[in-house]
Ligand binder design. Structure first.
Ligand code: HMG
Length: 386
């Protein structure tokens, strides 16, 4: 049975920071951010948005008829809003899904949406009528003035997984690798991640190479079998480093095709920043909309989550896939630019780890779903009324 992604949608916030302005404010050469890191803009997150509302925003872009058929909802996130309750339950409520839906949250840094897709495939294999909604939703926060600040971002990617998918048939063979490492983590009680930045980039490349070489060994695959290699993109330069670790100085037809595909996969990430769990899948969407993607093509996907876990897996594009993928270019163009001072104000206004009651000003956020505040230690989510 063919199982995979039947539809894919993406949502982020309505405002962004131009990283040339951040560079000026931090006293850094803008080319370090634009070329050295490979990021030009960053999603700015108002306090009325979090992993739950962003997940609902992305999923609400799916046709109502598809949402009505969802049997399991998986939210993959490392920006969870509760130590016990799954974000998926809030998301299910905001979306108005049936109560007879299985809801769960998954965590392993940026990797967990891939686990979500694999679990969804298992669910559909057991019962082909199942429609599993996997949402990868996160806000990447390192802190003002930190080394990781330029790689912040946020947003969500929603993927409907079904039998006979209309976008991407996911291959049965994959290689997963996990090791206990401290490259990036967020201790309990912290709202910002801690990171050993340079080490994290080395571990990422090592995991890519180990997963890919093992996959080649087990399947006999070669680069010629893939029209694109897609990577988790915490910042776009990371994809370049990973692909270069395989291609080196090669300039043959395979290398040229894979470099062009990588460039197409980086278009959205460059404008939004790190989505953590959603970054690989935003790269997939970006490639589908901006690359030379064609029905029948095989894609290689490398998922990485710090801590650390990696997986190399494959997908084959289905004829007519373009009709079932989101086209977020116009929404990205329409976002409002904010100043560094406004970005810093909004960064500091995010709901922290304390327990005080808060009521946010909802007039400033036109998104369909908002976090209205916190009352009696309970988050208050609602559909936006304007
Ligand atoms: P840094 O110290 O700010 O930057 O850290 P740098 O000094 O290493 O410079 C970065 C690049 O800019 C270098 O190029 C410089 O040469 C270049 P590279 O050697 O890397 O090719 N550069 C310039 N280029 C052009 N013009 C200039 C210029 N100046 C310098 N004027 C770092 C960078 C990425 C480490 C930092 O931003 C960071 O810690 N980020 C967060 C961690 C991260 O994203 N790690 C990625 C791998 S781990 C991962 O992907 C998992 C993750 O998503 C979390 C999860 O799983 O949940 C993070």
């Amino acid at each position: 049975m063919k199982i995979g992604i039947d539809r894919i949608t993406f949502a982020t916030t309505d405002r962004y920071l131009d990283l040339r302005e951040l560079a000026a404010a931090r006293g850094v050469d803008p080319n370090k951010y634009l070329i050295g890191i490979g990021q030009s803009e960053q999603a700015v997150i108002p306090p009325t948005q979090d992993a739950v509302t962003l997940a609902a925003q992305a999923a609400a872009k799916l046709p109502a008829a598809d949402l009505a058929r969802v049997t399991t909802l998986i939210v993959a996130t490392e920006s969870g809003v509760d130590n016990s309750k799954a974000s998926a339950i809030y998301v299910k409520q905001l979306l108005g899904l049936s109560d007879f839906v299985r809801t769960i949250e998954l965590k392993e840094a940026c990797y967990s949406a891939t686990a979500g897709l694999q679990f969804a495939r298992g669910q559909v294999a057991l019962n082909p009528s199942e429609k599993v909604l996997v949402i990868a939703s996160d806000i990447a926060r390192y802190g003002l003035g930190t080394g990781g600040e330029v790689t912040q971002g946020g947003g969500a990617v929603a993927m409907l997984v079904s039998a006979n998918p209309r976008v991407l048939e996911i291959g049965n063979h994959s290689v997963a690798l996990s090791k206990d490492l401290m490259d990036f983590w967020r201790p309990l009680g912290h709202s910002e991640a801690l990171v050993d930045g340079k080490y994290s980039t080395q571990v990422y490349i090592d995991f890519f190479q180990q997963c890919w070489q093992q996959f080649r060994l087990q399947t006999g695959a070669s680069l010629a079998d893939f029209s694109a290699l897609l990577f988790h993109l915490p910042f776009t330069k990371m994809g370049k480093k990973a692909l270069a670790s395989e291609l080196g100085e090669r300039d043959d037809a395979d290398a040229q095709r894979l470099w062009a595909a990588l460039a197409a996969s980086q278009v959205y990430g460059r404008r939004v920043g790190n989505l953590y769990t959603g970054s690989l899948y935003l790269g997939l969407l970006s490639y589908l909309n901006h690359g030379a993607a064609a029905a029948g093509d095989q894609l290689g996907l490398f998922s990485y989550g710090s801590g650390a876990e990696g997986e190399f897996f494959t997908g084959r594009l289905v004829a007519g896939f373009a009709d079932y993928v989101d086209h977020p270019d116009a929404a990205l163009d329409q976002r409002q630019a904010v100043s560094v001072a406004e970005y810093e104000r909004l960064f500091n206004a995010q709901l922290g780890m304390d327990s005080a009651d808060v009521a946010f000003d909802l007039d400033a956020d036109p998104a369909p779903f908002v976090l209205a505040g916190r009352k009696d230690q309970k988050r208050q989510y609602q559909r936006n009324n304007h």
